[in-house]
Design a protein around this ligand. Structure first.
Ligand code: DGY
Length: 324
């Protein structure tokens, strides 16, 4: 017979295959059925007595939520590779394992980073918006001139981990020069793609475009602020598919308004889901609503990995992808 000790609570509507696998686990499951994520008070109430929680990156998993769940809680399985929404120290203190979904979203996120880079460099969204105004136009040699990424432009990858490597693979295929910081920047795999490991300062000074792929931690919060924008090449482009608070969004707005930066493509925002309104009025900003991993197969695999982590730990086994 099910007991409250074997219940897993999911704070959102899991993709179909993951929901089916969780239902087949034999564990008691409760779920908030909207994709938008569960309102705080209702999440606190549903967490009470659960052994496992499957959470979204927009759920704040802090001491309050962990204590609301209580002593039965064994695992928080976050449906994301990033886990800056989880107070891992508070979880560890309470003996709760935290897991994330690494690996399964690298390609999808790298696809979006590359799409944003190409969009920004060749001004695709800007030209699309122009055409939709119904403005008169004819072919002109310098209509919407942009950056030729394939003519040896330098891409700086900040945080060359799994996703950064997938971006490097794409950028190398486009003929870009690549400089990088991060855990794999000096690896043989990176060298095989022509990646040159550099300091953060060198990366800022040398890159025509920068793509951010580091996690959000206290050390990377506002990694990009006024000083870094001033140190970048005039007219350089910035792509962020990592986490919004890595960039000081008001300083970014100023650097774009000053014409110091050539443009920014943003999948993530400092005060998500709020977007600093000034950004959306600039022609050289491309903004999308945190869709880096939004491929159907990718999201299904994220769901399966989150479920497998939760079921394994609740069943007394090892987590597949614990953080830390
Ligand atoms: C993640 O998994 O951290 C991504 O931001 C989701 O797209």
């Amino acid at each position: 017979m099910d007991t409250p000790e074997t219940r897993i609570h999911v704070s959102f509507a899991l993709p179909g295959p993951a929901a089916d696998e969780l239902a087949a686990s034999g564990l008691l499951v409760t779920a908030y059925t909207e994709q938008t994520g569960q309102p705080r008070e209702s999440l606190l109430a549903d967490a009470a007595g659960a052994s496992g929680l499957i959470t979204l990156l927009s759920d704040r998993v802090d001491a309050e939520l962990l204590d609301a769940a209580g002593a039965s809680l064994k695992v928080v399985a976050n449906f994301a590779v990033g886990y800056d929404n989880v107070d891992v120290a508070a979880a560890t203190e309470r003996g709760v394992i935290v897991t994330n979904t690494p690996g399964v979203l690298d390609e999808a996120t790298a696809d979006l980073a590359m799409a944003l880079l190409l969009d920004l460099s060749r001004r695709v969204s800007e030209a699309d918006r122009f055409l939709r105004t119904g403005a008169e136009w004819r072919w002109e040699p310098d209509l919407f001139l942009g950056l030729d990424v394939s003519a040896g432009a330098t891409l700086g990858i900040v945080g060359l981990g799994r996703i950064g490597m997938a971006v490097a693979t794409r950028a190398a295929a486009f003929g870009m020069r690549i400089v990088a910081t991060g855990s794999r920047a000096s690896s043989p795999e990176a060298a095989a793609l022509g990646v040159r490991p550099v300091s953060f300062e060198e990366l800022l000074a040398e890159s025509d475009a920068i793509s951010i792929h580091c996690p959000l931690t206290p050390a990377t919060r506002h990694l990009f602020g006024p000083a870094q924008f001033a140190a970048m090449k005039p007219g350089a482009l910035l792509v962020n598919t990592a986490r919004g608070p890595i960039v000081d969004e008001l300083a970014l707005l100023e650097a774009l308004e000053d014409g110091r930066l050539g443009g920014a493509a943003l999948d993530v925002f400092e005060w998500e889901p709020h977007v600093t309104p000034g950004l959306l009025t600039l022609p050289n900003v491309v903004a999308v609503p945190h869709i880096g991993s939004a491929g159907g197969a990718t999201r299904a695999n994220m769901g399966l990995l989150a479920v497998r982590n939760a079921v394994a730990v609740v069943g007394g086994g090892q987590a597949l992808t614990p953080v830390g």
